[in-house]
Design a protein around this ligand. Sequence first.
Ligand code: PMP
Length: 395
Amino acid sequence: MPTLRQLFLANNAQTTNFPLLLEFERAEGVYMYNTKGEAFIDLISGIGVSNLGHSNPQVVSAIKDQVDKYMHLMVYGEYVQTPQVRFAEKLISLLPGNLQSVYFTNSGSEAVEGALKLAKRFTGRAQIVACANSYHGSTHGALSVMGNEEFKQAYRPLLPGVSFIRFNELDDLELITTETACVIVETIQGEAGIRVPDAAYMKALRARCTQTGTLLILDEIQAAFGRTGKLFAFEHFDIVPDILLLAKALGGGMPVGAFIASHTIMDALKDNPILGHITTFGGHPVCCAAGLAALEVLLNENLIASVAEKEALFRKLLVHPAIKNIRGKGLMLAIELDSFDLNKKIIDRCIENGVITDWFLHCSNSMRIAPPLIITPKEIEKACKVILEAVEYYS
Ligand code: PMP
């Protein structure tokens, strides 16, 4: 009889170089449990998804309630489906400015695709500016705005008219012109190894976009919902985007994404006969019910309030000569080591010792620290002990 792992390798397409190949049976809170019942502390949160931890009872119950009512009824935006209406209403109540119109998708990549189309339609321009070392997803449009040539070259030709600026470089902002439809930027870069821009840069970026009539798209797919110590990461910089992209933690563990803009901007996708934008499953009622419950738990339990303290504890404990730097904000952190080789060995040893972590797509010498926000100081101490032991072992 083949094992599950053998079946996985044989039947499930392998599209990454180093699959972690861990087998888990259940997960609760910050812990994941393997088939032997051994507990692992999750320092990844499924890449920024499980901000409330795994199997939050209120989220699970919202999912069950909605499944009992209905699942899919119709292409998103055609019927009035309560979970989508309530979820959009709640999101809008928390957003500043005129970010008042929500379009739900199935994933982060699809939110990116929709936003790029929207920017083209609204501005009537075709040029797109993106940042070096960015990650916005794996579909063709999202890949076109990825700031990593190595990952893209096999898929060319991609979207025409995309140019790149350096992230957090004031000098490059002049490359945004009156020909530019949109600039797409991660508010805090994730797969680049967690890069926090300067407030002055973000303000200048906002100003340049306004000056040139370019739409500012902020991708907070990885950074929103308390991950950085604020509900939305742009709150750190006192700016508001024209289009906001959400996914990952948005669904409380269920797949849903969104692009959000003002009514005026969003209306550009409305006019017929040119097809605006449609999706069968985007904003799935069960996912919206889960997302609404997750957002309520996040706010009612005030989970964001302790994020800065938890960041400080990680920074205080993770001190070792082999740790070159800790980058990031809140519970979106990167530990910088000397090389991928060393990082990989340390990560493997952490996993053997019950702590799950990973590296970054565009920054392989850095280790990810992105636990559920509910992690306790005791659990942080436990995880840091395992990390430090592994760092020491290979130093
Ligand atoms: N943008 C950012 C910043 C991301 O981190 C990701 C996923 N890692 C995406 C977009 C793509 O999201 P998805 O995998 O849901 O398509």
